[in-house]
Every structure is written in C-alpha cells, then in structure tokens.
Design a protein around this ligand. Structure first.
Ligand code: PRT
Ligand code: MG
Length: 214
C-alpha cells in the first residue's frame, strides 16, 4: 500500500491514541469496539488503521505491514527493538510492572534467605533481567494471561505483572512488593517506511511530538 498504515490495539491504546492522531488531522471512521472490521478507514484517504493484538503491534511495524504503531514498553522490551524506530514516548496507557505475592508471604525474608522462588509471568525477558540484577534465584513460569491466579492456585510463589489501579491485586489478595519498571506506550515506526514515505510520516510525528511534549 502506498498510503500510511497505523497498527493499534483495541482498548486503552486505541482510546488514548485517538486524541493524538486527531492533532495530526487523522480520525478513524469506525470504532473497533463496536465494528468487527480489522481495517478501519480514516478521514484521510491515504491513511488507514489496522487493529492488532497489543503484543503483535511491533511485529506488524517491524515487517512493514504497518508503517506506524503504538506499543507498551512492556511489549517492546519483550519483543526486542529490531527494525523499529521509537521516536516518541506517548505517555499513555501508563502503569507499573511489579512483583506481587500473596498477602502474608514474606518476600523480603524469602529473598534474604536465598530461597529459590517460582515466578509466573508473561514477561519472561524483563523478569529474568530484573531478578538477575538483584541476584535473586528464580524459576520463571511463562503464562499468557491471568497471572494473578498463579499464586492462588499454587503454581507460583510470586508474579510479575502490570499494575495500574491495584484493584486486580487487591481483589485476589495479592500485594505488590517490588517495582520492576515504569511503563508507558511508545510510537513505533518502520525504519525503511520512514525513509521512503518521509514526506507523509514526518508531519504526523511532528504533530504528535508537539502535543505530547506540550
Ligand atoms: O487484554 P488482552 O489480552 O487483549 O491484551 P493486552 O493485555 O496485551 O492488551 P491491553 O490493551 O490490555 O494492554 C495494552 C497495553 O496497555 C499493555 O501492553 C501495557 O503497556 C498497557 N497497560 C496499562 C496495561 C495496564 N495499564 C493494565 N493495568 N496492560 C494491562 N493491564 C492489566 C494488568 O495486566 C492486570 O491484569 O490490568 C490488570 C491490572 O489493572 P489494575 O487497574 O487492577 O491494577
Ligand atoms: Mg489486557
């Protein structure tokens, strides 16, 4: 496609990216929450939005199936940055990646004793680096969702997961015991698309950078 394709995931990223796109004069013509369409036209005939899973946005942009996209730093660290230019921290979809344990579990003492902890997470790479840097011995268990269940069901001693309001942890009788990283979403750009379509992409980046840094 000669125009511009933007990869977004449904939910908070789509919602919070909308006002940023609007400042660049781009308005999607349908809402992915109500439409089943995966390719959404915009008010600009040369710009379209493709709806992808949050974890797939870097892949679409890396291979050039989308020129631009938005992805959480959590997703970007796990994916790796290959072929991606990450010019703007959009400061949206903010949360923290935390270590959490069942209320009553003495995490500090377990770490102090040198216990080997079983940690369930979707974020194997981030968790491995975090615990290695602290010299904590862990067995990492890969999950694809509902991390909060793992300690309750006896699968793991701890989890590494994203926390925003904290109500999911609370509802499951878990407490956050350590911060791993502050997370927000980045604009990602295919490197060769930026060269080949610079005349069209650069003004979009400029408009977004201006509101984000205002
Ligand atoms: O939901 P789905 O399985 O389709 O995919 P996804 O979870 O990858 O996508 P989505 O849209 O939920 O998240 C997209 C991005 O939003 C993530 O990659 C993060 O960068 C960012 N983000 C910000 C969050 C949260 N806040 C967040 N709270 N992503 C997920 N959560 C989850 C968290 O995993 C936990 O289960 O919400 C729950 C905790 O929320 P609180 O408010 O109860 O603390
Ligand atoms: Mg989710």
């Amino acid at each position: 496609m000669d125009g511009i394709t933007i990869a977004l995931s449904k939910g908070r990223i789509f919602e919070e990216t909308l006002p940023l796109l609007a400042t660049a004069g781009i308005e999607p013509l349908e809402n992915p929450e109500t439409s089943r369409k995966l390719i959404i036209p915009t008010n600009r005939p040369d710009v379209r939005v493709v709806i992808v899973r949050a974890t797939d946005a870097p892949t679409y942009v890396q291979y050039g199936a989308a020129d631009l996209g938005v992805a959480g730093k959590d997703v970007l660290i796990e994916h790796g940055g290959d072929g991606l230019y990450q010019p703007i921290d959009l400061k949206i979809a903010k949360c923290r990646m935390m270590v959490a344990v069942p209320a009553g579990f003495d995490y500090a003492n377990a770490v102090h004793q040198g216990a080997r902890l079983r940690v369930a997470t979707k974020y194997i790479r981030i968790a491995r680096e975090h615990f290695a840097a602290k010299g904590v011995h862990v067995d990492l268990i890969k999950l694809y969702g509902s991390m909060e269940l793992a300690p309750l069901a006896g699968l793991a001693d701890a989890i590494v997961d994203l926390v925003s309001t904290g109500s999911t942890l609370k509802a499951n009788n878990l407490v956050a015991v350590e911060s791993v990283a502050n997370i927000s979403s980045r604009l990602i750009v295919n490197q060769s698309a930026l060269k080949l379509k610079r005349a069209r992409i650069a003004p979009i980046l400029d408009a977004i950078a201006q509101v984000v840094n205002a």
